[in-house]
Design a protein around this ligand. Structure first.
Ligand code: FDP
Length: 338
């Protein structure tokens, strides 16, 4: 089936629901629970997309006056997005534990509404970009619980490797949902006239090597030697090749989306001020690392493969170097990890 824009007038469009149902048919034991869960996440994404699009008009720009668990000031859209996703996920009847960036503790879904999935998510990532209209996004990762009747914290504190799906939705010039259920990565664009996400980017593969590096260079004075050397080599390549271009939006979803499509590397390294970097393991680093590996890239913490990390706390942070295979390989060598 050709999903290109030239064939957009076709009537057999691959919506995200159709796609997930197709995936489900490969698992004869599946009962449709995952499809229902994804449909509820999709509903949350559409709601947040609509709120982001009219944020200025609907007076949704600005602060609430409160701080979240990370001590960061909460924006009105952060709070609204969190409420939207919490309600959508609980009402799906398919979740048992929810971990949100905005909630200090994991949320245990009441027994009558429980299902077997755990969802970790950042309802609105890149909050500092909300008020100037730059792309922002939602990130999510999905695990299955061991015992649905007795969900525990141990079910959440597991390596990213054990996720069954991950994705993000980018609220940008168009609204795009990128999803992996463990067999490749697919991108869906929201058609506002249909209110449906349509498969526009099937089987996304990241280029093996890229020409872009993406990092907050304002932190350079605090970097360790491997990071400093890597960035130096991006600017002044020792092998005589052309320097790489720097692109940094400061919104993880947008920076990762570009990296996935164009290739290159995105990094938020450890530094003297933040020995664990800035990005949160469970709902930023893990889902993006899962997607990146599924697209043929790599994700490295500076010490090990990101998806192998075992979290100790739900809001734990981790350094991350993520992107094209060859680019991440270079930083791995500089860090002495082979
Ligand atoms: P933000 O603080 O705007 O919410 O984890 C949050 C995040 O954005 C990421 O989206 C982004 O990649 C990173 O922080 C940007 O951090 P710096 O401002 O330190 O570069």
């Amino acid at each position: 089936m050709d999903h290109s824009t030239e064939s957009y007038h076709r009537t057999d469009l691959m919506t995200i629901t159709r796609h997930v149902l197709n995936e489900q048919s490969k698992h004869p034991e599946a009962r449709g629970d995952f499809t229902i869960l994804i449909n509820h996440i999709v509903l949350g994404c559409k709601y947040v997309c609509s709120a982001v699009n009219k944020a200025g008009l609907a007076k949704l720009i600005g602060l609430t006056g409160n701080s979240n668990v990370q001590g960061e000031e909460q924006k009105k859209l952060d709070v609204l997005s969190n409420e939207v996703f919490l309600k959508a996920l609980v009402s799906s009847g398919r979740t048992c534990i929810l971990v949100s960036e905005e909630n200090e503790e994991p949320i245990l879904v009441e027994p009558s509404k429980r299902g077997r999935y755990i969802v970790v998510f950042d309802p609105l990532d890149g909050s500092s970009n909300i008020d100037c209209g730059v792309s922002i996004g939602t990130i999510f990762g999905i695990y299955t619980v061991k015992d649905q009747e007795n969900p525990t914290l141990e079910d959440v504190l597991r390596p990213g490797e054990t996720m069954v799906a991950a994705g993000y939705c980018m609220y940008g010039s168009s609204c795009m949902l990128v999803l992996s259920t463990g067999s490749g990565v697919n991108g869906f664009t929201l058609d506002p006239s249909l209110g449906e996400f349509i498969l526009t980017h099937p089987n996304i593969k990241i280029p093996k090597a890229g020409k872009i590096y993406s990092v907050n260079e304002g932190n350079a004075s605090n970097w360790d030697e491997p990071t400093a050397k890597y960035v130096e080599n991006c600017k002044f390549p020792r092998d005589g090749s052309s320097p790489k271009s720097l692109r940094y939006i400061g919104s993880m979803v947008a920076d990762i989306h570009r990296t996935l499509l164009y290739g290159g590397i995105f990094m938020y390294p450890a530094d003297k001020k933040s020995p664990n970097g800035k990005l949160r393991l469970l709902y930023e680093v893990f889902p993006m690392s899962y997607l990146m590996e599924q697209a043929g890239g790599q994700a490295f913490t500076g010490k090990q493969r990101a998806l192998d990390l075992i979290p100790k706390k739900i809001h734990e942070r981790s350094p991350i170097f993520i992107g094209s295979h060859d680019d991440v390989e270079e930083i791995k060598e500089l860090c002495g990890a082979f």
